[in-house]
Design a protein around this ligand. Structure first.
Ligand SMILES: [Zn+2]
Ligand SMILES: [Zn+2]
Length: 448
């Protein structure tokens, strides 16, 4: 299979290097900013970890350096009971674990819904996110949704009514809610998806389009890709993890400089003023599992150009290839690659620390050794984001071996190659380009 290698200098992303030179005092100020991940799933959603309950989610948010976490799944009756039992409202439209100090991670009420319906003679599947300001508004939303659909079977309920109807229903109940098309480019379940989406927001949302002010870019695209399409210029771009297990929390996130209130947070997101919406934290989009086109079962991974050359047909099985996110962006974009809009919210591309550890020590990311070393590093470094973005190189070298510090610095400089993901297969990051991977018996393992 063709392996495309990417080399992405991220010199324009100044936050990490600037932060790495900050004094301890300034660093503290930086960390008073709100790092938020709004889209996660609870144990009540399909294919999620059984650990995804609020106390574990809060603990992992702390390890990651996430200050504000979406609850996810508030439409699910049993999970909503957990929300009401485990959390208390702060009075500012946010929540925290009962009895926790105010410095612990806070929660914001969020959910995702799946809409499967026919419009203009075509089957549509669109995922949507909902933000709500109070337990009271969630009660009203859930009551309504429970009457017109099944909210019990999945933490991310499947509805037969349209994404447009959801916008109207939710905003009629509480105009302070925010409704956001989720991971807008993924092929199977999104507003612009190649297989069941639309060619514009207007086509999908019709007279509700003006109520769509924010979209989620998803793991397989980054803001730069989205900014190639001028139709999205007026929209704010959110980045969230869509985590199904605790360790995946924060793999994408948003850095906001605003007060700790629901209203201010929503307004800051909508305004997309880089003075307050400071940055998004991104996967390298090639790492996302729908970045390129292809067939998982046939082992075919194609760039958009290769797919066009093959007439969209798989050379192994002869069926249509699954057209991924890059291809779809190229189809709809009206600007060349590399276009940078004025006043854009900066994007920081990171590789999760456990993945860097996995490569540095040539051990599976899921292994117990990696987890143990990860927790040791967090204990020393404060949080994953502090290690990845903020601590200076010298500080890093005081509590980790040089090769790991080198790896983190490589990622900060954007010196990473990624074998792109396709048809549900995650891309693979390579940090040390010209080296053969260490064998599993590498002496570095003694570090653990
Ligand atoms: Zn989704
Ligand atoms: Zn095939």
């Amino acid at each position: 299979m063709p392996l495309a290698l990417f080399f992405k200098p991220q010199a324009s992303c100044l936050l990490p290097s600037r932060a790495s030179r900050l004094t301890p005092h300034a660093l503290r100020l930086f960390f008073m900013k709100i790092i938020a991940d709004f889209h996660v799933h609870s144990a009540y959603s399909r294919a999620t970890s059984q650990e995804m309950h609020l106390p574990a989610m809060a603990r992992w948010a702390g390890l990651k350096g996430i200050h504000l976490l979406g609850t996810g799944d508030f439409t699910h009756p049993a999970y909503f009971e957990e929300i009401k039992t485990d959390l208390e409202e702060t009075g500012q439209g946010l929540l925290k674990l009962k009895g926790e100090k105010s410095t612990a991670a806070h929660f914001i009420l969020t959910a995702e819904t799946s809409h499967i319906y026919t419009q203009a003679g075509k089957g549509r599947r669109v995922h949507m996110m909902v933000f709500a300001p109070t337990i009271r508004s969630v009660e009203k939303i859930n009551l309504h949704l429970g009457r017109i659909g099944n909210v019990n079977s999945d933490g991310r309920p499947i509805f037969g009514f349209s994404a447009k109807d959801l916008v109207k229903i939710v905003l009629d109940i509480d105009p302070a809610c925010l409704v956001v098309p989720a991971h807008v480019w993924t092929p199977w379940f999104s507003v612009f998806g190649s297989h069941s989406g639309f060619d514009s927001l207007e086509e999908c949302f019709e007279e509700e389009t003006a109520n769509i002010q924010v979209i989620e870019t998803g793991l397989s695209s980054d803001p730069a890709m989205n900014r190639r399409w001028s139709a999205l210029d007026r929209l704010s771009l959110l980045s969230n993890s869509d985590a199904h297990s605790p360790a995946k929390i924060g793999r994408e996130a948003n850095i906001l400089d605003c007060s700790w209130s629901y209203g201010d947070i929503i307004q800051t997101i909508k305004n997309k003023d880089p003075q307050h919406f400071l940055a998004t934290i991104e996967f390298f989009p090639e790492e996302g599992k729908y970045h390129f086109d292809g067939h998982r079962s046939c082992g075919i991974c194609y760039s958009p150009e290769q797919t066009r050359e093959k007439d969209y047909l798989c050379p192994v099985c002869g069926k249509n290839l699954v057209v991924g996110v890059m291809h779809r962006v190229e189809t709809l974009a009206d600007r060349p690659e590399g276009f940078v809009p004025q006043e854009a919210v900066p994007a920081l591309h990171l590789v999760p620390l456990e993945e860097i550890l996995g490569e540095v020590y040539a051990v599976g990311v899921q292994s117990r050794r990696i987890r143990k070393e990860y927790l040791r590093l967090i204990e020393r470094g404060g949080s994953e984001f502090r290690i990845l973005m903020d601590l200076s190189e010298e500080e890093l070298r005081t509590f980790m071996d040089d090769r790991l510090a080198d790896g983190i610095m490589q990622v900060r400089r954007g010196l990473v190659q990624v074998k792109p993901g396709y048809d549900g297969v995650y891309g693979q990051v390579g940090i040390f380009k010209n080296e053969a991977p260490s064998p599993p018996s590498s002496p570095q393992l003694t570090l653990f």
